[in-house]
Design a protein around this ligand. Structure first.
Ligand SMILES: C[S@@+](CC[C@H](N)C(=O)[O-])C[C@H]1O[C@@H](n2cnc3c(N)ncnc32)[C@H](O)[C@@H]1O
Length: 138
């Protein structure tokens, strides 16, 4: 993405080790890319509507594999919704079952999905089934 001209990127992870490793790994190739250690369950340091696009690759899955999975997934999606700009896009790359993931978006953070969001789902046939769910915050 960076090499395609999307230089204004903030990368987050809860792990300081991951953040430091990725920062070191990419700093010469992507000097303007920004990293921060942040918990997706509490992104209160990030402003409402601050991001046009949120790309989640495996973080919701990670939350759903942990303790308190359902309430924590609700919290995360609530935070994603809050920091996403109107008309912004949330892209969720997930190994999860489509119907299970849809339930989270419909019932919680993205109320009334059919009316409030356009929804596109692409299934990639890789080694595992990878689902890409794209939600537009309208
Ligand atoms: C499957 S890995 C994906 C990492 C990266 N997005 C990628 O595509 O390579 C899931 C990541 O979620 C991070 N993670 C788990 N819980 C988190 C939380 N509460 N807040 C932020 N990151 C979290 C883990 O530290 C881990 O690096």
């Amino acid at each position: 993405m960076y090499e395609d001209g999307y230089e204004n990127i903030t990368n987050i992870d809860i792990s300081h080790t991951v953040v430091k490793y990725m920062e070191d790994k990419t700093k010469s190739r992507c000097p303007k890319m920004f990293y921060r250690q942040t918990d997706v369950l509490d992104m209160s340091d990030l402003k409402q509507g601050e991001y046009n696009i949120i790309l989640d690759k495996g973080t919701l899955d990670s939350i759903l594999c942990g303790d308190n999975s359902t309430p924590n997934a609700e919290k995360m999606l609530g935070e994603v919704y809050r920091i996403l700009a109107p008309s912004g896009t949330y892209i969720c790359v997930t190994y999860g079952d489509e119907d299970h993931r849809k339930k989270f978006f419909v019932n919680y953070s993205f109320n009334n999905l059919n009316e409030n969001a356009s929804f596109l789902e692409i299934k990639l046939k890789l080694f595992f089934n990878v689902h890409i769910i794209i939600l537009e915050r309208i």
